[in-house]
Design a protein around this ligand. Structure first.
Ligand SMILES: [Zn+2]
Length: 276
């Protein structure tokens, strides 16, 4: 999955370090980030490749293998022929996995900072806490932590068949699993049961936790579950705004999901291989 970058290690404990020459500089503009193309390989820019002024105001975010990754707030001067601006999502497909993970994790923090310049309660300017990863209002002291939305994804089975769906407007021939955001006042297990009932009208049992996964693209942590059909198979009652089609698909008819960046792909492949 996207965050499984072993043997590399990710350390997100809060510090206020200053950048060293070999540390990594993350610079974003909306959907794109600054990258270096070196020997036809995608690399993250390092401070020694930038002008010294790039260090001004650079904010420490996290480390990979002990190397600091810093967020730049100003576009750094860089030799143009080394510059590659790439969509943060595209990065996941084309770069080494740890580079992709660092890139999208920094991008999530960048978008959080962009959205928290002003206090949502009183409208005054926010400032960095300096003691933890948070913004604090300069007027009313409201504190804002990074936005992480919990969402569930569930592999519902009935014997050798897996419940799979297509979303409206999907151009892919592939089916995927039911997923949805956790609502206020719910446990994860309640969300799983509610989403499956709302989207396809199916009652389920034996809801079991599988694994979780950070998913920076939507500020989400995905919480994976398995479950089984409860009772007899009935016609689906489809929620048309959310679902275009639902199907029970036999393991042997499920196409391979070998690119397992997402927990959904891993769940599908594990079911196909009798490993769930
Ligand atoms: Zn305020």
């Amino acid at each position: 999955m996207i965050h499984e970058i072993q043997p590399h290690s990710y350390d997100n404990s809060f510090h206020q370090y200053t950048p060293k020459q070999n540390d990594i500089a993350l610079y974003y503009e909306d959907q794109t980030m600054l990258l270096i193309l070196k020997d036809k390989k995608i690399a993250l820019p390092r401070f020694y490749q930038l002008k010294d002024s790039a260090k001004d105001g650079a904010e420490y975010l996290f480390s990979i293998d002990g190397e600091g990754c810093y967020l730049l707030h100003e576009q750094p001067h860089i030799q143009k022929d080394h510059l590659l601006c790439m969509q943060s999502i595209q990065l996941m497909r084309e770069a080494e996995q740890w580079i992709g993970f660092a890139g999208i994790t920094g991008w999530q923090l960048y978008r959080w900072e962009q959205a928290h310049r002003y206090c949502g309660k009183c409208g005054a300017l926010m400032r960095r806490s300096g003691k933890e990863r948070a913004f604090v209002c300069t007027n009313c002291q409201t504190r804002e932590y990074p936005k992480i939305n919990p969402a569930i994804i569930v592999a519902v089975s009935d014997g050798d068949d897996l419940l799979m769906i297509k979303s409206p407007g999907s151009t892919s021939s592939r089916y995927h699993l039911i997923a949805g955001y956790v609502e206020v006042g719910e446990t994860f297990e309640q969300t799983v049961a509610r989403e499956v009932m709302e989207e396809v009208g199916v009652k389920i049992k034996n809801i079991k936790y599988y694994k979780s996964q950070p998913w920076a693209f939507s500020d989400t942590v995905m919480i994976g579950f398995t479950a089984q059909l409860d009772g007899k198979r009935m016609p689906f009652a489809i929620q048309e705004e959310e679902i275009a089609e639902a199907k029970w698909i036999n393991r042997k008819d499920i196409p391979d999901h070998l690119n397992q960046a997402s927990i959904g792909s891993e769940l599908i492949q594990k079911f196909k291989e009798h490993k769930l």
